[in-house]
Design a protein around this ligand. Structure first.
Ligand code: FAD
Length: 391
């Protein structure tokens, strides 16, 4: 690391801001550029809530990263002097008995083996402890204590302030149109008006817009639209922890997950599924059939919400990589370029450790995650390797 090295981070989402903060702490002079305002209204990191969990099936790598991130969330809460990460736990429910080899049993085995506390639901527990749920339909599950949810948009607002306080130059109103290159070295970006920002390093963290600037990666990552629904029930108290913690209901198979009522009484749920491939600038609206599926799920699972009118809805975009793993690595073909993106619907929870991974990539420091998240060719996913990683 050399103190006079400059870094330009493109994009002020969770990947970009955490990279900026970490690199500034490592002695670089960092600028972050974003069209703004930050949080950007269309940024994937900007929403009421994001799930924070360490339950990752048999995938010990993400689970370890998640455990490190939880420590970081606790540190951020105390640094901010307010809890933007709510450690309310997470309820994982199944409509059939949990069986060996499935996500829930794999998570349970891995986490209990690592010493984490999980409470397996016994007969009658769901009706007694979590009465909003249809206990005739959900017959099994567990409560994961080391989990919760994060106020995503508020966190981005706090991080951009932290970055500015740490000396990062935050430039809003700048939308990079293309990379600048001197020989085989990326040396900055230019916007559509011809304004340039130059630096020794560029960290491209533009989420679903990454492939607009790097179309050569469009075969390995792409924007996918996922529906999100918001309700405002009359009695928000009954949708709050401990009786209504964040939840995932048959999620590896059904895709449904959700959150307790926030301070404004808004209950959010969303679906993690194949989604719809869209352009990053497509209208962010949900389809009538997506709302119908949500209503059917509620009627079966949370009947008290089934006829509550929608308070809001939107389509939120994942930047899915072909294999679901993040993309945090140096361009092998050019000097000076690091890409930090490919959240694939599950990166926010790792916020406190993402910046370290991006900074390590820039500095060429190997860590246990380097090879999994590296710049990589398109490969084949064998069915047994496919895993549930959403939210
Ligand atoms: C519906 C939904 C639910 C999710 N739920 C969870 C969850 O529960 N838990 C979890 O861990 N993760 C979840 N995720 C995933 C997580 O939110 C994302 O992985 C993460 O926020 C992506 O962050 P990012 O920094 O890559 O992108 P973004 O937050 O989109 O940031 C990219 C930034 O780049 C800027 N930008 C774009 N183009 C340019 C340009 N040309 N020049 C300069 N700047 C530019 C944008 O304005 C934006 O601010 C969810 C995602 C969705 C869509």
């Amino acid at each position: 690391m050399a103190a006079d090295n400059s870094v330009l981070v493109i994009g002020a989402g969770i990947f970009g801001l955490t990279a900026a903060l970490e690199l500034q702490q490592r002695g670089y002079q960092v600028t972050v550029a974003d069209p703004g305002p930050v949080p950007h209204p269309l940024a994937t990191s900007n929403d009421l809530s994001r799930m924070i969990r360490i339950d990752y099936g048999a995938d010990g790598l993400y689970s370890s990263l998640g455990a490190d991130a939880i420590e970081g969330w606790r540190r951020w809460n105390s640094a901010w002097g307010r809890d933007l990460f709510h450690e309310d736990g997470m309820l994982l429910l199944t409509s059939a008995p949990i069986v060996a080899g499935e996500f829930e049993q794999n998570s349970y085995d891995l986490l209990t083996g690592r010493g984490f506390s999980l409470e397996r639901l016994g007969p009658g527990d769901l009706a007694r402890r979590f009465p909003r749920w249809n206990s005739e339909y959900y017959v099994d599950g567990y409560f994961s204590i080391t989990a919760g949810w994060a106020e995503a948009g508020e966190i981005i607002a706090s991080l951009v302030k932290d970055a500015a306080d740490a000396g990062v130059s935050v430039v809003t109103g700048f939308k990079a149109a293309r990379l600048l290159q001197d020989g085989d070295r990326v040396s900055g970006v230019v916007d559509s008006d011809g304004s340039e920002l130059r630096a020794d390093w560029v960290v491209l963290a533009a989420g679903v817009w990454t492939t607009v600037l790097l179309p050569e990666l469009a075969d390995r990552m792409w924007p996918v639209g996922q529906p999100v629904f918001y309700f405002k029930p009359d009695d928000p108290e009954s949708y709050r922890p401990p009786s209504f913690p964040p939840w995932a209901a048959d999620t590896p198979r059904s895709g449904w997950y959700g959150f307790p009522a926030n301070d404004d009484g808004v209950v959010k749920l969303a679906n993690h599924g194949p989604g719809r491939r869209v352009h990053p600038d497509a209208d962010r609206v949900i389809l009538a059939e997506e709302e119908a599926l949500c209503r059917a799920f509620l009627a079966q699972s949370l009947p008290s919400l089934a006829s509550v009118p929608l308070n809001d809805s939107k389509m939120c975009l994942y930047c899915d990589t072909w294999d679901g793993d993040f993309w945090i690595g140096r361009d092998p073909a050019r000097q000076g370029l690091v890409v930090a993106t490919g959240g694939s619907g599950h990166a926010f929870k790792f916020g406190p450790v993402l910046g370290g991974l991006a900074a390590d990539a820039l500095e060429g420091i190997e860590n246990p995650y380097t090879s999994r998240f590296a710049w990589r060719p398109l490969g084949e996913i064998k069915k047994e390797e496919m895993r549930y990683t959403g939210e």
